[in-house]
Design a protein around this ligand. Structure first.
Ligand code: GP9
Length: 401
């Protein structure tokens, strides 16, 4: 209805800050390399097991990057594909089902489209069957020039995911070879080796997990240690090819790697006592952004995967009008809204399933009514995002940009 269209327009008008913030355009015209790492959770960053770092390469990279340590997982029914969807559109996952299936014929205002318009070659790459998660169709809808999939790769090394998935090492190598570097490029790389159930690593000794040997958690740590080593080798290659200094590099995890039944082992490993709130607080992914002109720092702002795109958009000097997330380097207040209607701020955690609010730090229950207005305001994001998707608003509405 025209009323809904007006709601969308008002919302976008109010939200847009025309990218005038800190670090705006710092990486304009540079390559963009985004690595979405399978099942990488935040708690493994900096973690030592038996005195050894699980992710030494990422830890080293942090020293020369911006590290966002409070990025919550916002995926829903589309899991890995929802993380991809959020990064490239800054729209929420579908309310029901999976955006990649339900909305693959929609019109988008995506990151690859903006970069293509700026003269970039745009690539999505993932070493699995191209039809999985409807990627072939969705990558077309999102405007990627090329989808480099398993069908384009030589299956020459198998690591992880039951031992029949192409290794991250081979994936990075073959993808980098396939990219035309004569123009600036956007490479969106979705990894695979650290996919559950991690059993491939059961008898591998790439990382000593001590008493967690041959457990689900132990195998998870070995899988992330391998994923980290492959990233380290990829970065070395980027340096050799002169791409490291010339590219904005963004690395983050797509979703959780440990299901709830692993809570006991995980809490004992990280020495935290088990509770619903502490488990919820663990559902974070690391977000690392590297660019030579960007001073290294740790950002504590609470955010989510919805905010990855807007943060990139500011750094690359692109148009932020159509994003629903926020630029993590230029926001006054941190928050993350989950698809199930839960809301996280630095002050409170609102659990939609119980309709209760808890103090973020102490875990004490707070007066729900006192937060009513604020929570309603946050949840408006989900309503607008659903309207945009379900009405295909970017196809039907006229925008003067
Ligand atoms: C498959 C891979 C896994 O292509 O992306 O998706 P997931 O099962 O993690 O959602």
């Amino acid at each position: 209805s025209s009323e809904e269209e007006q709601d969308i327009r008002n919302y976008l008008d109010k939200k847009s800050n025309n990218s005038v913030g800190k670090y705006n355009s710092i990486a304009k015209g540079k390559n963009l390399i985004v690595i979405q790492v399978e099942a990488l959770q935040e708690f493994v960053i900096g973690l030592k097991v038996n005195g050894k770092e699980v992710t030494p390469n990422l830890n080293k990279l942090l020293n020369e990057s911006v590290y966002f340590e409070n990025i919550y997982v916002q995926v829903a029914g589309g899991n890995t594909s929802d993380a991809e969807f959020m990064t490239n559109n800054s729209l929420y996952p579908a309310k029901e089902g999976t955006a990649y299936f339900r909305f693959a014929t929609n019109t988008f205002k995506s990151l690859p489209m903006m970069l293509k318009e700026a003269g970039y070659n745009t690539y999505a790459a993932h070493a699995y069957s191209p039809s999985f998660w409807n990627r072939t169709e969705m990558y077309k809808a999102l405007g990627f020039d090329d989808f480099i999939s398993q069908s384009d790769m030589v299956l020459d090394e198998f690591i992880g995911w039951g031992g029949w998935a192409l290794s991250d090492d081979s994936f990075y190598r073959q993808t980098l070879e396939a990219i035309d570097k004569s123009k600036p490029f956007y490479a969106f790389l979705v990894t695979l080796s650290s996919h559950h159930p991690y059993s491939y690593f059961n008898d591998k000794d790439n990382f000593d997990v001590g008493k967690y040997d041959k457990t689900y958690l132990g195998n998870y740590l070995k899988a992330q240690n391998y994923a980290d080593a492959a990233i380290g080798r990829f970065i070395e290659k980027l340096k050799k090819e002169g791409l490291y200094e010339n590219s904005l590099i963004v690395i983050y995890g797509d979703h959780h790697g440990l299901p709830k039944d692993q809570a006991g082992d995980l809490f004992s490993l990280i020495n935290v006592s088990n509770s619903k709130l502490e488990w919820a607080k663990l559902q974070k992914v690391p977000l690392i952004i590297h660019y030579p002109g960007l001073e290294s720092q740790v950002v504590e702002t609470i955010g989510g995967q919805m905010d990855i795109g807007p943060t990139i958009i500011n750094l690359m000097g692109l148009d932020d009008y159509f994003v629903l997330g926020k630029d993590l380097l230029n926001c006054d207040k941190g928050y993350a809204i989950l698809r199930n209607g839960s809301v996280i701020t630095d002050e409170f955690y609102y659990f939609s399933d119980e309709n209760k609010v808890y103090d973020f730090k102490s875990g004490k229950e707070l007066d729900r009514a006192a937060y009513d207005e604020e929570i309603k305001r946050y949840l408006e994001d989900l309503r607008i995002s659903d309207l945009i998707l379900e009405k295909d608003a970017f196809a039907k509405m006229k925008f003067d940009r």
